[in-house]
Design a protein around this ligand. Structure first.
Ligand SMILES: NC(=O)c1ccc[n+]([C@@H]2O[C@H](COP(=O)([O-])OP(=O)(O)OC[C@H]3O[C@@H](n4cnc5c(N)ncnc54)[C@H](OP(=O)(O)O)[C@@H]3O)[C@@H](O)[C@H]2O)c1
Length: 281
């Protein structure tokens, strides 16, 4: 990556700062774009020339972490979800040079309400967020050199006002507030820095295609929060096991979103950590 020009879209979210840091650590020349803050600010849905002003063709690698990630807001406003999660990607692809490597960050929520771990072949999102993200993947794959990573993540946010699941849980437990952990909701997230590292490993290896990027196994969200509590020596008895997925006013979530990560491990000839290893780290 030494000396290569990298653009990170969505640099002011949870994952974006980790992507910027990882690319810089590899010697790349990195620009980051956010909407409300950051060195370069653009609302990419505001006008048809918003993307043109980014001079996309000058970059060797573009990583797209722009999204409307509030799953319940996406359900209430599916048009807005489509505009950000798929429309922006279509505009982006239209401005890239053919040789540019596009890394498009997607989600485990493209998978159906079926037992995991899910392999890449069968999708079937159960909510508007997942449908809009799947639409974004389709747009991203129109570019000839694209890596789509379907992921989920946790870890300390580097962005004020934007907390991760682990930030939220650890903050509440440190204040000794009881919290709910969904016992029937399974996932396989990675730490934010691990996701960033594997994204650029995929670029370095020239690995194009669609890959799951998660921990090797997974846990229920209840088990995950308990494991976090233990790792931070906080009181796990404050975590209540509740059933997830069907609360009033919440978009539907598929209960088992664990990812089969065999394809990316084989392509990059590496081994992803287990979720327990990630929590311990
Ligand atoms: N968060 C999760 O748990 C999770 C799980 C699985 C997958 N993912 C995926 O991972 C990627 C990154 O997620 P994240 O949690 O880091 O997202 P996030 O914290 O919600 O940040 C989203 C980023 O997109 C930018 N953005 C949103 N709308 C924009 C617009 N109209 N124009 C320009 N920029 C806009 C935001 O800018 P401002 O903040 O400056 O407005 C921010 O930089 C997304 O593709 C998401 O679908 C996230």
């Amino acid at each position: 990556m030494e000396g290569r020009r990298v653009l990170v879209l969505g640099a002011t979210g949870l994952l974006g700062p980790y992507l910027v840091a990882e690319a810089r650590a590899r010697g790349a020349l990195v620009d980051g774009v956010g909407r409300r803050s950051g060195a370069v600010r653009h609302d990419l849905t505001a006008s048809s020339d918003a993307m043109a002003r980014l001079n996309l063709a000058s970059y060797d690698v573009v990583v797209n972490a722009v999204a409307l990630t509030d799953v319940d807001a996406c359900e209430r406003e599916p048009e807005r979800a489509r505009a950000v999660n798929a429309g922006v990607v279509a505009e982006l692809v239209g401005g890239l040079a053919r040789a540019t490597h596009l890394v498009h960050v997607s989600t485990d929520q493209v998978y159906p309400d079926a037992p995991g771990p899910h392999r890449e072949g069968v999708t079937g999102p159960v909510n508007a967020y997942g449908r809009s993200k799947l639409g974004g993947e389709i747009e991203a794959c129109r570019h000839p050199r694209t890596t789509v990573v379907r992921t989920n993540f946790f870890g300390p946010s580097r962005t004020s006002g934007r907390a991760s699941l682990s930030d939220w849980a650890l903050g509440a437990l440190a204040r000794r507030e009881p919290i709910d952990g969904f016992a029937g909701s399974w996932f396989s997230p990675l730490r934010l820095d691990t996701v960033a590292r594997w994204c650029f490993d995929a670029v370095a290896a020239g690995a194009t295609g669609t890959f799951n990027l998660g921990s090797r196994d997974g846990m229920s969200k209840y088990e995950f929060i308990l494991a976090l509590a233990r790792a931070h020596r906080l009181d796990g008895s404050l975590v209540r096991a509740v059933e997830g997925g069907s609360r009033r006013g919440r978009a539907r979530r598929a209960p088992d979103l664990r990812l089969d990560v065999g394809a990316i491990e084989a392509r990059l000839e590496g081994q992803l950590p287990t979720l327990a290893e990630e929590v311990a780290r």
